[in-house]
Design a protein around this ligand. Structure first.
Ligand SMILES: NC(=O)c1ccc[n+]([C@@H]2O[C@H](COP(=O)([O-])OP(=O)(O)OC[C@H]3O[C@@H](n4cnc5c(N)ncnc54)[C@H](O)[C@@H]3O)[C@@H](O)[C@H]2O)c1
Length: 413
């Protein structure tokens, strides 16, 4: 049984959230077991190769060489931990409703091995009530009877993959614990890793705050995507409009338009909120409307791009530049570029893509910039893409990223 003061941490799920947390904890002097149910993920990590951009192979290898970090599929390792954090995905099901199966199975897998006095924290994003009504009952039902005092908290992760400024240490951490002893333990744990820990009165407040943060972004992106379409119809440059509005020193925050929203958070978390609203016979109308506007952006972009073709042809060829959901990373989860491509293909367009960071996407491989096309769509401005080749060839590029100079064949969104 671990001493509750021992700095041994078990992290369930070694992805974009779990692995950076593991490395931050190692830096803070914790010995970490990174537990994942995917054999391939564990082998990759143990071979010294980091699956996430924010952690370098060198950092991972150094943690392993010091004996401070190991990855494993063995859930019984949690018996040695004084703190267990759950960092598994919380996706949507086919009805676009919360799917907590992975979270439930993670709770069920750790429960039989939990030692007395262990702190269990969920970092996964979910609707208010998930810790209290889903995780705690599973753990309490399956834990060993000798493990009487288990402490629980929610500490929603705020990592922003690829962000050069904000990281585990300097991003304030929200903690909502189930009781005062749990709060103390959670504050101590996160206080050893983060510069600032903000404790709120209940886990539900922390869970709701996380949904508010990401829904705020979804709604503002939808607003700017809507205004983009109005401006474009009236030949007004939306980026100039946003820059102009940004000169107001208070009460305005700039968001930029794009192909839509992507990644594991912004397209997903607000639908946890809309589902949660429906559970109490309410409706989150603004959020639903924002979701609809963003979902229609790929189609709008595709139609704009086809409208730019200089010569009409029955078999247009479109090159998509950048398929990851945001620049600087290889993550294609929920990328809106999928809808863009699907819509174009449905219109009979031959579509190819180029992304220096992505080697395979949806069973297809990238082409190089020599690929013969009628029009190109800059969907995500990845580093390492030299588009001069295309511009010199006279290809029209629809820039959805505001990173190219407009003119000479480059048209803004
Ligand atoms: N990626 C982000 O930017 C981000 C930011 C803030 C919060 N979150 C939230 O954090 C959670 C984790 O997201 P992520 O991006 O790290 O996911 P991820 O897909 O990058 O990694 C999750 C890992 O968990 C493993 N896993 C799945 N089910 C498991 C189980 N039952 N037991 C053990 N391992 C399991 C997977 O094999 C995978 O390696 C989600 O709730 C997400 O919404 C993500």
């Amino acid at each position: 049984m671990p001493n509750q003061d021992s700095r041994v941490l078990a992290i369930i799920g070694q992805g974009y959230v779990g692995l950076p947390l593991a490395m931050a904890a190692v830096d803070a002097g914790w010995m970490v077991f990174g537990i994942d149910n995917a054999d391939a993920r564990v082998s990759e990590i143990n071979s010294g190769s980091s699956p996430v951009e924010d952690i370098s192979d060198q950092q991972l290898q150094a943690s392993m060489a010091k004996g401070m970090y190991t990855a494993s599929t063995d859930f019984s390792k949690v018996s040695q931990a004084s703190v267990i954090t759950i960092c598994v995905p919380t996706p949507l099901n086919e009805k676009r409703e919360p799917d907590l199966e992975l979270l439930r199975s993670a709770a069920a897998a750790i429960a039989p091995h939990i030692s007395n006095e262990t702190l269990v924290v969920s970092e996964s994003t979910s609707y208010p009530g998930t810790l209290r009504d889903v995780i705690i009952p599973i753990v309490n039902h399956l834990k060993p009877s000798a493990s009487e005092n288990i402490y629980f908290a929610t500490a929603p992760e705020r990592v922003n993959p690829g962000d050069p400024v904000w990281n585990q240490k300097n991003t304030p951490r929200l903690v909502g614990a189930i009781d005062s002893h749990s709060e103390l333990r959670a504050m101590e744990f996160y206080g050893s890793i983060c510069d600032l820990v903000v404790s709120v009165s209940t886990p539900e407040v922390a869970e709701a705050a996380k949904l508010l943060e990401n829904t705020f972004r979804l709604v503002n992106i939808a607003l700017v995507n809507e205004i983009t379409q109005l401006c474009s119809t009236n030949n007004i440059n939306i980026h100039e409009v946003i820059d102009a509005a940004s000169s107001k020193p208070y009460g305005f925050m700039p968001f930029r338009p794009g192909v839509g929203v992507g990644g594991h958070c912004i397209p997903v978390d607000p639908l946890y909120l809309t589902w949660w609203a429906r559970q109490s016979n309410a409706q989150a109308r603004l959020v639903e409307s924002a979701d609809t506007i963003n979902s229609q952006m790929p189609r709008y972009i595709a139609e704009r791009a086809l409208g730019l073709m200089q010569k009409k042809t029955d078999s247009p060829r479109v090159l998509i530049l950048g398929v990851a959901y945001k620049p600087g990373i290889a993550d294609v989860r929920e990328t809106p570029v999928t809808e863009l491509r699907n819509f174009l293909v449905d219109q009979g367009v031959t579509v190819a893509w180029h992304d220096p960071l992505v080697s395979k996407w949806e069973n297809s491989e990238p082409v190089d910039l020599d690929w013969d096309c009628d029009v190109a769509i800059l969907a995500t401005s990845q580093p390492g893409m030299n588009l001069n080749k295309l511009i010199d060839r006279g290809v029209s590029i629809l820039d959805c990223t505001n990173t190219l100079e407009i003119g000479g064949g480059v048209i803004g969104i």
